[in-house]
Design a protein around this ligand. Structure first.
Ligand code: ATP
Length: 235
């Protein structure tokens, strides 16, 4: 559904992405991992229209999308949960979710979507009338993901969902990603750490210094050696 070929992007004279090839097929959960500064956020910004690529092709469901505005790409089924979650901290959980659902048409349809989201994230039902800024880090992450689901994306991109979360909470967030993927949603997830991704990933890309150092299925990379070598750049 998403095909990226020879993607380049940067900041002024700094090339942050140097000819990246990457593909997400329907129903896959793809992880892009890499150390600090590898270009992971730049990749998501370039796909979602927050940043204009300087070269290469981006094709979503057969259509070229390079250079299109984020709102337009959102209507075409792309949702981004940015690093830091970007929820409205002074609004309630309910209000945050209603804002996510604004792109939906019918009222009944929106209510049914909301009910499904609350079933996937029961903690948000418990905190429904509470202020989002009072949620824990893990709850805020779940709220950000829940809000993105209400846009009914066909591909959801998430920047570092485990950032700053305790291990048990990461388990919960990853479990919700697993459920969403099992329900048919395609996911492109960026993480700094390779821990835990092997159980969940369809395929994994290691990004280092702006290029893809390794790509493989979870089973091909299961023993972790190749993953570690590519990540740290040995050999
Ligand atoms: P992190 O895990 O720290 O978020 P990352 O893999 O997401 O890292 P990017 O944020 O994409 O990496 O950064 C890639 C390169 O681009 C780095 O060298 C970084 O310093 C640089 N960079 C990122 N954002 C900017 C910016 N707004 N202006 C200038 N350079 C930037």
């Amino acid at each position: 559904m998403l095909e990226i070929r020879g993607l380049t992007a940067g900041y002024g004279r700094l090339a942050a992405l140097k000819s990246v090839d990457l593909e997400v097929r329907k129903g896959e959960i793809i992880f892009v991992v890499g150390p600090n500064g590898a270009g992971k956020s730049t990749l998501l910004k370039s796909i979602s229209g927050l940043m204009a690529p300087t070269g290469g092709t981006l094709v979503l469901n057969g259509e070229s999308i390079a250079g299109q505005a984020p709102e337009k790409l959102c209507r075409k089924g792309l949702a981004l949960v940015p690093e830091g979650r970007s929820i409205f901290r002074t609004l309630t959980v309910r209000e945050n979710l209603l804002l996510g659902g604004m792109v939906r048409k019918g009222k009944a349809e929106a209510a049914a979507d909301l009910e499904r989201v609350l079933e996937t994230f029961p903690i948000l039902r418990n905190r429904y009338r509470g202020v989002a800024g009072h949620l824990s880090g893990g709850e805020q992450q779940q709220l950000a993901i829940a809000r993105a689901i209400l846009q009914r994306p066909s591909l959801m991109m998430i920047d570092e969902p485990s950032l700053g979360l305790a291990p048990l909470v990461i388990d919960q967030v990853y479990e919700s990603l697993r459920q969403l993927n099992a329900s048919g949603l395609s996911l492109l997830v960026v993480e700094q750490s390779t821990a835990r991704i092997l159980d969940l990933a369809s395929r994994i890309y290691v990004l280092r210094n702006g290029h893809v150092a390794l790509e493989g299925s979870a089973s091909e990379l299961a023993d972790g050696h190749a993953l570690e070598e590519a990540y740290f750049g040995y050999g």
